[in-house]
Ligand binder design. Structure first.
Ligand SMILES: [Zn+2]
Length: 257
């Protein structure tokens, strides 16, 4: 056991020890907070939006008709009798609110309302021209296009029944209030179309049939056709300039099987 000459030197050593312990304590708290900061930055990176789950699979089904990410094309039909839940978006529209094609699935409807509000704030005057289409309505449309244009041509711009994205209730065709270039490719030159191309993803919509991607999507360029995927995927598609088929490495669908 240590022996101290007097009480004074004991007190000095005692004080030095307290000082050293305090210094160590302060140092350890400081390095702890540094670690936490580093942790936070890694967590933030790990939390960056990703479209895959922990197994590397898409977060939502690409096949289930009611999935927000369902991919419908000439090789991926919907069940003919599939009918989504439908509501009326409260936006300027071309048709009667009671008509079938003025309806959308609830999530697409509320996001379309948000999109229209922002468009209006930005001085963009657009109207909702077509939403849900049942397989039987699509059959009527497609058959009339075949009669008037021939099947080869009809297949370039109209889906066969069970193959239309409009049957999901997640697709919306948008036109100018003036009806200029109504559902025609020349609409791409309008400020309304350009606003949609630049902003639709912020509300979860993607321009689904991109220019020069007919060999993948199966359809000519349709600057008016928006598809609701949710903000995350729509933003990924917008940034990558990829079609949904390319993004998910799905086989191209230029033709029917
Ligand atoms: Zn469409």
């Amino acid at each position: 056991m240590l022996k101290f000459k007097n009480k004074k030197s004991f007190r000095q050593i005692y004080l030095i020890m307290i000082l050293v312990v305090s210094c160590l304590l302060i140092l350890s708290i400081y390095s702890d907070s540094q670690d936490k900061e580093a942790d936070n930055s890694t967590t933030q990176n790990n939390n960056a939006p990703t479209t895959t789950n922990e197994n590397g699979q898409p977060k939502y089904s690409l096949s289930k008709a009611s999935s927000p990410w369902v991919i419908v094309n000439k090789k991926r039909p919907l069940p003919q009798n599939y009918v989504p839940e439908l509501v009326n978006p409260n936006v300027p529209r071309t048709g009667s609110p009671t008509s079938e094609n003025m309806m959308l699935s609830p999530v697409a409807s509320s996001k379309l309302e948000e999109l229209f509000k922002q468009a209006s704030k930005d001085g963009i005057n657009i109207r909702f021209a077509s939403g849900y289409r049942s397989a039987s309505t699509q059959a009527g449309l497609y058959n009339s296009y075949v009669t008037n244009n021939g099947q080869t041509n009809a297949d370039k711009f109209s889906a066969r029944p069970g193959h239309s994205e409009h049957q999901t209730g997640l697709a919306a065709d948008i036109v100018s209030q003036t009806n200029y270039c109504y559902l025609e490719q020349c609409w791409a030159e309008t400020k309304e179309s350009q606003w949609l191309a630049d902003n639709a993803h912020k509300f979860g919509f993607a321009v689904r049939y991109l220019q020069d991607k007919q060999n993948i999507t199966g359809y000519d360029y349709e600057p008016w056709h928006l598809r609701y995927f949710g903000v995350q995927l729509a933003t990924e598609l917008y940034k990558s300039k990829l079609t949904a088929e390319e993004y998910f490495n799905l086989p191209p669908a230029p033709n029917y099987n």
